[in-house]
Write a new protein. Structure first.
Lengths: 372, 394
């Protein structure tokens, strides 16, 4: 009863609204939230790039901050403002105290106002440092290598970071004009603020974005199963469903929880890190394994850790963990999941309900595919 | 039950003490879970002992006299929430999230882990694996490796300890894991009275040995430089229970954190340097703030020394720092590098709130400081921050 009442008490309300210019607004009200998160997703990223302009989305993301105006507004309100570029989107996001919801919405929207895109050379040097430091992480290297191997020959194999060893990507102005249009934008706010007030604020800020067709995304090629090794890290990449098939996507998430449970890893002396980045129509899920004792017999040990059939107890425990993840009342998680749902599928997916539909057979099927 | 929980939630956190003096701070709410944070003070240990305590933390949830390692794992799984035992910088942190009806076995589990770890070969081997993974993570987070090395050399932070034998672990445990070093925070659907009864039964009569045995010599391992250029400058400050603490923290934030911070303005904008910031270390008698600037291209030590040594914030900078610190206190972040210390945790989750209630109590400021700290930051004047800089930065 307590669980039920608590769940009802914190169940957030989600309202999705589409503007005339194509921009989509999402207002999530979470009673008792002590923080606010504003996140804006822009259809851009390395899957939209070709060899000539590889890295331009990431560079654009950096340059949106170049005039410092948005950072100033954010930090003076106690907000942390940041951004990340992926294959299918740029995510601009802020988080801070709940009462700062208006500055939160405003500072993220401020980033989309065209700044002077004049510091490309300097920011490309910053990206080179970002890249050099990322390469020090063996898990990240395995992840990168798997994506490149699994998607060879397609724009999807471009790295979101870009290649800072190459010259500054051309066409930054054109990229801004192409990506920053209403139809490419999903703006989300999650916190304790009243829904109608936050929607009114969002309408004003996003209603002026240019109307144009959404960027055409290259189709995701068929993904292969791949393996890579790097610095004693063993990586497995397995194709899984995207948000277009939420139940299958969740089955993969649950399967990953189960096969990397502490009991399984401990029995083989392994450490594992999983990368399950949501995607629109399909994704390459990555598991990276390492062993503290080096890597004797790694393939056998990994096989033994993941090959055992998933038990009822493992299924129940893993399903509970994934359920908790989606039932989180934290604005950051709520805004992220809702934003990606709308970006990828056009509507807000009710993951709380979708988790209940996932069967053990679905989860076992993903785990078996991993074991192969 | 619901009405009672809502009524207790309105009262705010309550402090009770177990018969042996362990403070237990309970914040009652009507959520579905209960989170327990047990903190063990390690802010007075030598670098070698502190490094060994990190290792020991990884072994505390290993085998005990009453549970085998497998049983502990199954119990942890059945609890359904997260179970963690790790160093949080100035303290060891044991965290268990559970449900109200499982609080009693959880308390027994925690009590066993705290009081009766067996440090069996299997448990120590597991801790070795876990610590090796953690050190690998530190190694690939470049400034952190260099920061730890320098702090250990200065005597303010843990040295790297990759192995303990049973004798060493037991001796260190007897010295460190003692009731007088423990504070407990609990947040969730449970009353302070119930917590006092349950934990009183499992931990209330715990008495540590009169005189801890001496700890046999422990081997530390120096790590090489991270392979990038890391400039470091460490400043000394007051402890968290000092009236000057909030002002000193704000001054450090004005210099070291955020894109409007002086470090970012100096190094990112002029030199395209990407990784920079500040790292706090809380010790028994002093707090230390280590500013870092990491470059893959060239060293920046002189420039960092000048920037830190000559720092005089403007009024706009101190105002920004106050807002920034208040925001981080509520939300946490901003960087992974701060993971090992308080002030990177925020207050969003029950686990985080339980941590803070116990932390302020442990640091001698009283759990009520958690509620008043934000007001204290807001009330700071520019002059009070400037005075603290004059007092502590020169």
């Amino acid at each position: 009863l307590i669980t039920l009442l608590a769940a009802v008490a914190i169940a957030p309300t989600v309202v999705v609204e589409k503007l005339a210019n194509g921009a989509t607004l999402v207002a999530i009200q979470i009673a008792d939230a002590t923080t606010v998160s504003a996140q804006t997703f822009v259809r851009a990223g390395s899957a939209y790039e070709n060899e000539a302009d590889s890295g331009v989305s990431h560079l654009l993301e950096h340059l949106l901050f170049a005039d410092g105006v948005a950072d100033q507004a954010a930090e003076n309100a106690g907000l942390l403002l940041n951004a990340t570029t992926y294959r299918e989107f740029i995510r601009l996001h802020t988080v801070g105290p709940a009462e700062a919801w208006k500055p939160a919405i405003q500072c993220v929207a401020q980033l989309l106002r065209k700044p002077a895109l004049t510091h490309a050379e300097k920011e490309w040097k910053v990206i080179a440092q970002e890249d050099a430091l990322a390469k020090l992480d063996p898990d990240e290297s395995v992840h990168r290598a798997l994506w490149v191997a699994g998607l060879k020959g397609s724009a999807w194999s471009n790295l979101p970071m870009g290649d800072p060893g190459k010259p500054v990507p051309k066409g930054i102005e054109a990229a801004y004009d192409r990506f920053i249009v209403g139809a490419n934008v999903v703006a989300v706010v999650a916190g304790a603020q009243p829904t109608q007030e936050s929607l009114a604020e969002l309408r004003v800020l996003y209603g002026n974005l240019p109307s144009a067709k959404a960027s055409a995304q290259p189709a995701l090629p068929s993904l292969g199963r791949v393996t890579e090794t790097h610095s004693a890290r063993y990586g497995i990449g397995v194709p899984v469903a995207g948000y277009n098939k939420p139940s299958d996507y969740l089955a993969a998430e649950i399967a990953f929880e189960a096969v990397t449970s502490p009991a399984r890893l401990f029995s083989q002396g392994l450490e594992a890190k999983s990368f399950l980045t949501p995607s629109s129509s399909g994704s390459l899920a990555v598991l990276s394994f390492a062993a503290a004792d080096g890597a004797p017999g790694m393939v056998t040990r990994i096989s033994q850790a993941i090959a055992a059939p998933i038990t009822d107890a493992e299924f129940a425990g893993s399903e509970a963990r994934v359920r908790q993840r989606y039932a989180s009342s934290q604005p950051v998680s709520r805004a992220l999941v809702a934003g990606l749902s709308v970006l990828f599928t056009g509507s807000n997916i009710d993951f709380d309900r979708e988790v209940e539909r996932v069967s053990k057979a679905q989860v076992s099927s993903v785990a078996e595919s991993l074991a192969k | 039950v619901i009405a009672t929980l809502f009524a207790l939630a309105a009262v705010g956190p309550q402090l009770t003490r177990l018969p042996n003096g362990i403070p237990v701070v309970v914040e009652t709410n009507a959520s579905a879970t209960v989170t327990v944070q047990v903190l063990v003070d390690i802010d007075d240990l030598t670098p070698t002992e502190a490094g060994a305590a990190e290792f020991m933390a990884a072994a505390l949830f290993g085998e005990t006299e009453n549970y085998s390692l497998r049983e502990l794992q199954r119990l942890a799984w059945s609890i359904g929430g997260s179970v963690a035992s790790e160093s949080a910088g100035d303290c060891l942190r044991l965290q268990v999230t559970t449900t109200r009806d499982r609080l009693r076995p959880t308390a027994a589990f925690i009590s066993d882990a705290l009081r009766r770890p067996s440090f069996s070969p299997e448990a120590l081997a597991d801790a070795r694996r876990s610590e090796s993974n953690r050190h690998n993570w530190i190694d690939r987070t470049p400034p952190l490796r260099d920061i730890r090395t320098q702090l250990a050399q200065q005597g303010h932070g843990p040295a790297n300890v990759f192995s303990l034998n049973q004798e060493q672990a037991k001796a260190l445990h007897a010295k460190v894991v003692r009731p007088e070093r423990v504070a407990i925070g609990v947040v969730g659907a449970v009353s302070a009275d119930d917590v006092a009864t349950i934990f009183g039964a499992s931990l209330g009569h715990w008495r540590a040995e009169e005189t801890p045995r001496s700890v046999p010599a422990i081997q530390t391992q120096a790590r090489g430089a991270s392979g990038i250029y890391t400039a470091l400058a460490t400043l000394v400050g007051p402890t968290p229970n000092s009236p000057y603490f909030a002002a000193w923290m704000t001054a450090c934030i004005a210099l070291g954190e955020g894109k409007l911070g002086r470090l970012h303005q100096t190094f990112r904008l002029s030199s395209s340097i990407y990784v920079l910031g500040s790292y706090f270390t809380f010790r028994e008698k002093r707090t230390y703030c280590t500013f870092y600037v990491a470059s893959t291209v060239d060293p920046r030590q002189d420039e960092l020394n000048k920037t830190v040594g000559r720092f005089e914030p403007t009024e706009a900078e101190t105002q920004r720092a106050k807002a920034y610190l208040a925001g981080r206190y509520q939300v946490g972040g901003p960087t992974e590098i701060g993971r090992f210390g308080a002030f990177s945790i925020g207050h969003e989750t029950e686990a985080a709130r339980a941590f803070w209630l116990a932390w302020w109590e442990l640091r001698g400021a009283g759990f009520n400081k958690d509620a008043s700290f934000l007001n204290e930051i807001q009330a700071l004047s520019h002059d009070s921050i400037a005075n603290v800089i004059r007092e502590w930065y020169r």
